[in-house]
Design a protein around this ligand. Structure first.
Ligand code: GDP
Length: 468
């Protein structure tokens, strides 16, 4: 039997160490933030990130040339910049980004973890998982004639992505107005897009001070970094604002609640690597160190933390707000599932099958009635559930009750509802697997939910009370 790793610190001491380190981080000038990239398919998200990584020196010339050759081979040469983020063969051949490729970049004052987002309609669940781990969204829109509109109107993903990331708690957004080369750097077009998007972003819940717009061309590398290049003079004739990197460099770092109970929702499981199994996810709250024994909920299993990897380096402990990969031992990997939560045995996360939530209904065609079956989306997992009861409709601004026991909920309404989980298996004994949840007032990250129906996100909300 393998010796479990030794704890470096007693609990109290660990919190003290974490506090010291985070205070030091607060005064040092490099802060960690994480970013989710959103926007309509083909807006240029992957191109932008590939080019940005290159400009910042994260992608060397050799890799770029290899990417260029690789993408020429499959007949998609314009995708060469995008190559660096689009990992699997399937993605490369289809020219779309499907999964969340973890990469990072350095700006003068920030270390930024990029949770890349896919643009294709089918991949919204992956985007949600990225967004639920992000501090900021980078929204890429296509300025080309007709393209911005196509991405925004019904069927386009711009609108849905914005509403989703805000619902998942992302409060900062940078809008990269891309492909301005295609409209000859027309200031009128840039202004038109900004004037259209700003009110929409405000309505979706973003504050003006936390919303930035920046004109760019990902393809030509214009206004990504502060440096000038050949083609940037057209833009410079009317724009003297910040570059994209300047905006990224001013992102607000996350607040880190290290004293709350540890919660690590698993967003990915990597089986059969080395001696143990690795899981990745973001620490919503608390602190964890190598050697800790953690419970995996739901279930009765526990595991021991063997190593903690943060930004490709092994570290002895990590605190809330970090995206990490943790190697676990003393557990059968079958018990590790996406959506399960790691916590200390003394502070288990509550498990719910019936709870109430305050929700906002998105732009839906078919109204919600009591008994509406939904998929509950919580921390990278879809769970079959039913909106069992419509308790009341609420005023969106004040939260006060407008009407008790409404018959239906239509688009744009805010309501308190009761949600009951359904059984997951069609054959065999019907079992309802409870979901780890917490009231929003206890833990913001654990208390946010999304409601989906038939592949479409119909609402978002926060957990009020758990009944069992
Ligand atoms: P994604 O689906 O949002 O990741 O979009 P891609 O990065 O795959 O880009 C879609 C297409 O737009 C590709 O053919 C890119 O070469 C092209 N593209 C991206 N950025 C620019 C740009 O700034 N200017 C022009 N003209 N084309 C661009």
């Amino acid at each position: 039997m393998e010796e479990p790793p030794k704890l470096s610190f007693a609990r109290e001491k660990l919190l003290e160490e974490a506090k010291k380190a985070l205070d030091a981080e607060g005064t040092s000038n490099k802060k960690n933030v994480s970013l989710v990239v959103i926007g309509h398919v083909d807006a240029g998200k992957s191109t932008l990130m590939g080019r940005l990584l290159y400009e910042l020196g994260r992608l060397d010339e050799k890799t770029r040339i290899a990417n260029e050759r690789g993408s020429n081979k499959v007949g998609k040469s314009s995708f060469s910049w995008a190559w660096s983020l689009d990992g699997t063969t399937e993605e490369r051949e289809r020219g779309i980004t499907m999964d969340i490729a973890l990469q990072s970049m350095e700006t003068p004052h920030r270390h930024i973890t990029i949770l890349d987002a896919p643009g294709h309609k089918d991949f919204i669940p992956n985007m949600i998982s990225g967004a639920s781990q992000a501090d900021c969204a980078l929204l890429v829109v296509d300025a080309a004639t007709g393209e911005f509109e196509a991405g925004f109107n019904r069927g386009g993903q711009t609108r849905e992505h914005v509403v989703l990331v805000r619902s998942l708690g992302v409060s900062q957004v940078i809008v990269a107005v891309n492909k301005l080369d295609q409209v000859n750097w027309d200031k009128g077009r840039y202004d038109e897009i900004v004037d259209f998007l700003r009110p929409f972003l405000m309505q979706s819940g973003f504050q003006s001070a936390k919303t930035k717009f920046v004109p760019v061309s990902a393809m030509q590398g214009v206004n990504l970094t502060a440096g000038e290049n050949e083609t940037s003079k057209d833009l410079r004739s009317w724009y003297d604002g910040p570059s994209l990197v300047n905006c990224l460099d001013q992102l607000e770092p996350p607040t880190r609640d290290i004293y709350a109970p540890l919660r690590i929702p698993i967003s990915n499981v990597f089986r059969g690597q080395g001696s143990g199994t690795a899981v990745s996810g973001r620490l919503c709250s608390g602190v964890v160190q190598v050697g800790d024994r953690l419970n995996v909920l739901p279930g009765d299993e526990s595991a021991v933390v063997k190593t903690i990897e943060l930004e490709e380096e092994n570290v002895p402990w990590v605190a809330a707000g970090s995206n990490v990969t943790i190697n676990l031992t003393s557990i059968d990997p079958v018990h590790l599932n996406i959506g399960s939560v790691l916590c200390y045995p003394s502070e288990p996360v509550p498990l719910a099958t019936i709870f109430t939530a305050r929700i906002i209904v998105f732009d839906i065609q078919v109204p919600i009635t009591s008994g509406t079956p939904i998929e509950l989306f919580h921390h990278s997992r879809d769970i079959p559930a039913t909106i069992a009861n419509l308790i009341a409709t609420l005023d969106r601004a004040t939260g006060e009750i407008v009407k008790k026991k409404p018959r239906v909920l239509t688009k744009g309404s805010s309501a308190e509802v009761q949600i009951i989980l359904r059984t997951t298996s069609l054959s065999g004994p019907s079992v309802v697997r409870p979901v780890p949840l917490e009231p929003f007032t206890a833990n913001k990250d654990m208390g946010r939910i999304l409601l989906r129906r038939g592949g479409e996100t119909i609402g978002a909300g926060v957990v009020l009370e758990i009944f069992g």
